[in-house]
Design a protein. Structure first.
Length: 200
């Protein structure tokens, strides 16, 4: 086989150096956090990663597909954070610990968090699956809480929905109003819920 034939054959192979898909998501995530969604485009991402544009299109056919991939990664990261919070929480405070972990995740990565809950992204199947998996971790942690162990599964599910919604609401308020980094908003929300329903 001649060198020309070898080069031609090589050019027809899918580009692959390590885990290119993960590398692209890392680069896209950095672009998102530094410049917002307007900075995300596939050709710019290719240039930043130092690869041919076709290699990006091999993994993501469009900007929308790339953003959905990022949103799914965000929920998978949130799932991991909630697992860690649940595993390290004192026996009587898993709900509080998970809620604060959720809030801190949103506050530390505002652009990614905003993308995760974009209405278009939330209709994507991969994003839906990742979101449900993250929520399941929170629900399981709440079910193990001493205050919830007498409740049936349906009630635990509703409590988990309430905690998820409160965490999301507090995070959204923080991001929208540029609340100071040392804000106690989430702690105030938790204390408000405890006052409303009684500490358990």
């Amino acid at each position: 086989m001649s060198w020309a034939e070898t080069d031609s054959a090589r050019s027809r192979r899918p580009y692959h150096v390590g885990n290119l898909r993960a590398q692209l998501l890392d680069e896209a995530r950095a672009l998102l956090e530094s410049g917002g969604r307007s900075e995300l485009n596939l050709r710019g991402l290719a240039a930043r990663a130092g690869i041919a544009a076709g290699s990006v299109y091999h993994h993501y056919a469009s900007k929308a597909a790339l953003m959905a991939g990022l949103a799914a990664v965000g929920f998978r990261d949130l799932e991991a954070i909630l697992k860690d919070a649940a595993a390290t929480a004192p026996e009587d405070t898993p709900i509080r610990t998970c809620a604060l972990a959720y809030f801190e995740f949103a506050r530390s990565q505002p652009a990614l968090y905003d993308l995760m809950f974009d209405s278009v992204m939330m209709a994507d199947r991969e994003v839906i699956a990742a979101r449900e998996s993250a929520f399941a971790v929170l629900e399981a942690a709440i079910g193990q809480a001493r205050s919830q162990q007498h409740r049936d599964a349906d009630t635990v599910h509703k409590v988990a929905l309430a905690v998820w919604a409160c965490g999301h609401g507090a995070a959204s308020l923080t991001l929208a109003d540029s609340v100071a980094a040392d804000s106690t908003l989430m702690e105030d929300v938790i204390q408000g819920l405890e006052a409303l329903f009684g500490r358990r």
